[in-house]
Design a protein around this ligand. Structure first.
Ligand code: CO
Length: 635
């Protein structure tokens, strides 16, 4: 047998079966259905119970690795699904004994949105290994690899695989301009080689990478190292399959795909066409298409449970806008939700116009979790609250941390004026740092252990609380039966899904009568004399959704009116009250920390006085306009 000049076997009887001739250099394929697949399409709401039916079949395919954890999954599980994130790992491992597990780790951010202290990072990685994690794909939103050091040590000490990531982003089309060009990426790859990674991942989280750019990049990397290269791209712009194909031609070693029901749109290319396209070539994956098809058929049965989470209003499954404004899919939907809630969707164009400027002010950083969120929320704040451009009237805590150097080194210098404004009165000091951020963070675990000792049963519980103090505590109350799991966090059954589908059918044929209940989030629907209550949105999601109260620019950042009533400016969750009843406050004091859109908002006093009343508790969800605190102003 021989390959022709295109690397295609000169034979006419290549079979679909896995026992076809082995390729010279088979492409290795990671399946990311169980993590990035549902994270991209269904807001990370995939439940373990819907993975179990296909887990053993997945294990038989021969994937290089299956991504089962990490990214947003840890957060979404304990917050929205009332599922123990650690338990998923243990459960899947029971069904998948052969294929290595991989996870996405946000370096020093672990699976959260800020840099945690070294003791938290080490403890988390060690427990993940104890539960069966094999491959750690480690990224840093700033591509500052000092943020890998702590995690990498534990991974290496345990003999596990450390994959270093270059986050792919753009400032100009097709690697143009002087920031994110080929030189930048090759420099980053060299830093990873020096770091001692086991493999290198080019992580294109927004689906920006163009076929010939990745082709050239893989060729250039191959010229300097033999370390395996893994391409992670998304289909979002529609270029995903093309880029994967050109990367394979250039000699990329590993690519990430999903089984077809979880592929395309903002997710990944599907594995099936890649297997088929390469059949009988020198890069043939060797995977059995029939095994994959059986998995896809099984998955189709459970997809209806998640349909309601796919709210793409368009007929098109691609979005080329992602290239035009370089806004990752998740970031875009957050911006739209945020503006919608403020009745300010007409300002979306202003946000797009200002976004590149804010990004540049903040050091031309890549846009990936959490930096996409940081840049996005700050841009919306600027559009809504600034009286003149560049004012930065309401700076989030995360932007202050970034300006201080707490996320690491930005790609370019931060605008000195913005930095100065952000660090004015900043708690850690007004002079930014340039050391590895983890090196100045005090250990956190002991305090967490003490604080949550009545709720936690083991190290896993403690780490959960260290990463997510408020929602972690709420989850442990559910876990140990100290609080009822709210209905919206419970799984949907197929019977429920069937009933809903019937309702929709009847509604379409005009057989329904509807009555609105007192609670606007629920409606009662009568079908054949039987009354159903239908939720029209998910309150848990609602409470955490980004929403800002529309208001006049003059009101700017201060929420406390002169009568001394502190109102919630945005819906969110109370992280903590910084003042207690009886405390004296002065203007500028932080009264309440409110979490919205994963960002912390410090609500400050604008008058001096004494705290008279506190209306909520840590962990409570509040709506915009809720009275949070009453202060008696000084006479
Ligand atoms: Co991704």
């Amino acid at each position: 047998m021989a390959y022709d000049k295109h690397g295609v076997l000169e034979m006419t009887d290549v079979k679909y079966d896995a026992d076809r001739p082995k390729a010279q250099n088979p492409i290795k394929i990671n399946d990311v259905t169980f993590r990035d697949g549902h994270q991209s399409l269904f807001a990370t709401r995939g439940r373990t119970e819907d993975m179990i039916p296909v887990a053993e079949m997945m294990d038989e395919v021969g994937f290089n690795a299956v991504e089962t954890w990490g990214g947003a999954s840890f957060d979404a599980m304990h917050r929205y699904l009332a599922e123990d994130p650690w338990e998923r790992l243990r459960t899947l491992k029971k069904y998948m004994k052969k294929t290595p597990f991989s996870m996405l780790l946000r370096g020093q951010n672990v699976v959260g949105y800020r840099n945690y202290a070294d003791d938290v990072v080490s403890a988390f990685v060690q427990r993940a290994i104890d539960h069966g994690m094999d491959i750690f794909r480690c990224f840093d939103a700033l591509n500052d690899y000092r943020n890998f050091e702590t995690a990498a040590k534990v991974i290496k000490d345990n003999g596990k695989h450390f994959q270093g990531v270059v986050c792919y982003t753009l400032t100009e089309p097709r690697l143009g301009g002087d920031v994110y060009n080929m030189e930048y990426y090759i420099q980053k790859v060299k830093e990873l080689i020096e770091f001692g990674v086991d493999s290198i991942c080019i992580k294109d989280m927004a689906g920006l990478i163009a076929p010939y750019d990745i082709y050239n990049m893989v060729r250039e990397i191959k010229a300097i190292t033999d370390i395996p290269i893994n391409l992670h791209t998304h289909f979002t712009s529609g270029m995903g399959d093309l880029s994967i194909f050109k990367a394979i031609e250039a000699g990329v070693d590993i690519v990430d795909t999903c089984v077809s029901p979880y592929a395309y749109r903002t997710s990944h290319p599907a594995v099936e066409p890649i297997i088929m396209s390469l059949l009988g070539t020198n890069r043939d994956s060797g995977l059995d298409i029939k095994k994959v098809t059986a998995i896809a058929d099984e998955m189709e049965k459970y997809i209806p449970k998640y349909r309601h989470l796919d709210n793409n209003p368009k007929y098109s499954i691609i979005d080329i806008n992602v290239l035009l404004h370089q806004t990752p899919g998740g970031m875009l939907s957050n911006l739209v939700n945020q503006l919608k809630a403020m009745n300010s969707l007409d300002k979306l164009d202003d946000v797009f116009r200002l976004l590149p400027k804010v990004r540049k002010d903040l050091g031309s950083i890549p846009l990936v979790t959490p930096t996409s969120q940081i840049v996005g929320v700050q841009t919306v704040n600027n559009v809504l609250f600034d009286e003149e451009e560049g004012q930065y009237a309401q700076i989030t805590k995360e932007v202050k941390d970034l300006c201080y150097g707490l996320y690491g080194k930005t790609t370019r210098e931060i605008n000195p004026e913005v930095r100065k404004k952000a660090l004015k009165g900043y708690e850690r000091g007004e002079e930014p740092i340039d050391v590895r951020p983890g090196s100045i963070l005090e250990p956190e675990l002991d305090e967490v252990k003490e604080k949550f000792k009545d709720l936690t049963a083991d190290a896993d519980d403690e780490i959960l609380c260290a990463l997510y103090p408020v929602t972690g505590k709420r989850f442990l109350k559910w876990k140990y039966g100290l609080a009822e799991v709210p209905p919206e966090a419970k799984p949907k059954t197929m019977e429920q899904v069937k009933k809903e589908q019937e309702l929709i059918k009847k509604a379409l044929s005009g057989e329904l009568s509807m009555a609105k209940k007192g609670n606007a989030r629920e409606i009662e629907v009568k079908v054949d004399g039987e009354v159903f209550t239908v939720e029209i949105n998910d309150p848990l999601q609602q409470n955490n959704a980004p929403q800002f109260r529309p208001r006049k620019k003059k009101e700017a950042a201060k929420e406390l009116d002169l009568s001394g009533k502190l109102l919630a400016p945005i819906p969110g969750m109370i992280v903590e009250y910084k003042k207690a009843v009886g405390d004296k406050v002065k203007p500028g004091d932080t009264l309440v920390v409110l979490e919205a859109m994963k960002m912390m908002n410090n609500l400050e006093a604008s008058v001096a006085g004494e705290v008279k009343e506190i209306k909520f508790d840590s962990g409570d969800s509040v709506s915009k306009g809720d009275l949070l605190m009453v202060i008696e102003p000084e006479k």
